[in-house]
Design a protein around this ligand. Structure first.
Ligand SMILES: [Fe+2]
Length: 443
């Protein structure tokens, strides 16, 4: 449908007086009607034997009736109509381009800071929502090992997988070329799902020529999507693919890093078979506490690493002390206590572990300031260290040691209560006890 309203245009361009003058000059009558027959303008007394259509491409905007000289008015009107149309088209194209650039800029700004595939996919959905109408959307990631496309994020929280090549999304991923299917019922590739839909638009997420996933949008109405909307979706898919791939690389690197850290921690457990599983349990208890007190994801990450590595400094403690079956002498215990500082020294050259050093160094500090190595008290001790102190002590008390049997859960819980406010942060003890009591009832 045309964006040109003939009556408004004649009035805006102040053409009516001009046409009146021309009609008067040639002594011809002129009548202008809109395409629906509505009278827009009438002037002069002369006959109106000829009808001249006012057109824009294939569309008739109106008709001018007049004499032969009226043709000059038609030339003028057609020229004005086409230049107005060009102006409007140009303005709309400029606005569309501006919207596209703003969208890409917003998307780029938000997704480059995000290092989690799922979160990147959720941000992509939010940005597409601003530009394209849909009833459902999903971002799928291709797992190269399984050959399956898995949903990373979707507007209806549906998570499923389809094989590469299967369905419309699988076909688009396989061919690496975006597609619009405006009537899915007539497409043999279509696999009906739980959500009703009639139109689908699907573009591949590509890094150079390598497909890493697809973006699907769908509507319950048929024939909703055009080549223009496909182009826009493909434009968004380009930076989206790079951000998802970056997040994947980061996740892989993080997993490798974590595996290395776990191997490092396992080396200390191998020396002392009595502590088998201690690191993992301390880490599990610590994370459960961290989640209960509402630590952020980044704090939980730090807590996880610090709890895995809290006793890494024992690598620096002599076997005669570390593996001694009987009670340690004062001197030996003083040497054993150094493991907290050794851990700090061992890990401090690793830039990625800078933020967890306090958690490792201070996991034997006491809330009342009577702990080691620095005698910090209360909030001077990092939250990670205060949490690990409780998790570590609880696991030590509930595990067998060469010189004693484990105390049992109930006695260990009583010990935590006894140490609350002196050895341990009272608030964290309370949360831990509540948490573990709940788990005990469940388990
Ligand atoms: Fe320790």
């Amino acid at each position: 449908m045309s964006t040109i309203n003939l009556k408004r245009l004649l009035s805006k361009k102040k053409l009516i007086p001009l046409i009146k003058n021309i009609a008067s000059l040639y002594k011809e009558g002129v009548t202008i009607r809109a395409s629906d027959g509505t009278l827009i303008f009438e002037a002069g007394e002369g006959a109106r034997p000829v009808e001249y259509p006012l057109t824009l491409g294939d569309e008739t905007l109106g008709v001018v009736c007049g004499g032969e000289k009226t043709a000059e008015i038609i030339d003028l009107l057609n020229y004005i109509i086409s230049s107005e149309y060009e102006k409007k088209t140009l303005a709309k194209e400029t606005l569309d381009k501006y919207k596209e650039i703003t969208l890409l800029s917003d998307l780029g700004e938000r997704i480059t800071a995000c290092l989690n595939k799922r979160q990147v996919a959720e941000l992509i959905i939010e940005e597409i929502r601003k530009a394209i109408k849909f009833d459902g959307i999903s971002v799928m990631y291709l797992n190269r090992d399984t050959g399956m496309l898995q949903i990373l994020a979707s507007s209806n929280q549906a998570y499923f997988s389809i094989a590469l090549g299967a369905g419309i999304a699988g076909s688009v991923a396989s061919k690496g070329k975006g597609e619009i299917v405006n009537d899915v019922s007539s497409d043999p590739r279509f696999i009906p799902g739980p959500n009703p839909m009639s139109s689908i638009m699907c573009v591949p997420l590509k890094i150079n020529d390598r497909v890493i996933g697809v973006i699907n949008v769908h509507s319950v109405l048929p024939h909703v999507y055009s080549a223009k909307s496909l182009k826009l979706l493909a434009t968004i898919a380009a930076p989206a693919a790079i951000a998802i791939e970056n997040a994947r690389l980061y996740e892989d690197m993080r997993e490798t890093f974590l595996a290395t850290i776990q191997t490092l921690a396992a080396t200390i457990e191998k020396r002392d078979t009595y502590t088998t599983g201690h690191t993992e349990r301390v880490s599990d208890y610590s994370l459960a506490i961290g989640k209960s007190i509402g630590l952020t994801d980044s704090q939980l990450d730090k807590l996880k690493l610090a709890s895995i590595l809290h006793d890494i400094g024992k690598i620096g403690v002599k076997d005669t002390i570390l593996l001694k079956k009987g009670k340690l002498t004062d001197e030996e215990f003083a040497e054993m206590k150094k493991h907290a500082e050794y851990g700090h020294e061992i890990l401090s050259p690793i830039a990625q572990l800078k933020e967890i050093l306090d958690g490792v160094k201070f996991h034997h500090e006491r809330y009342d300031g009577q702990g080691y190595p620095d005698g910090l008290k209360g909030d001077e001790i990092s939250i990670e260290a205060r949490i690990i102190a409780i998790a570590d002590s609880y696991d030590a008390m509930t595990s067998d040691r060469p010189y004693r049997k484990n105390l049992g859960q109930e006695e260990a819980r009583r010990e935590l209560v006894r140490g609350s406010g002196t050895q341990f942060d009272p608030e964290i003890v309370e949360i831990f006890l509540k948490n573990s009591a709940h788990k005990g009832r469940q388990g």
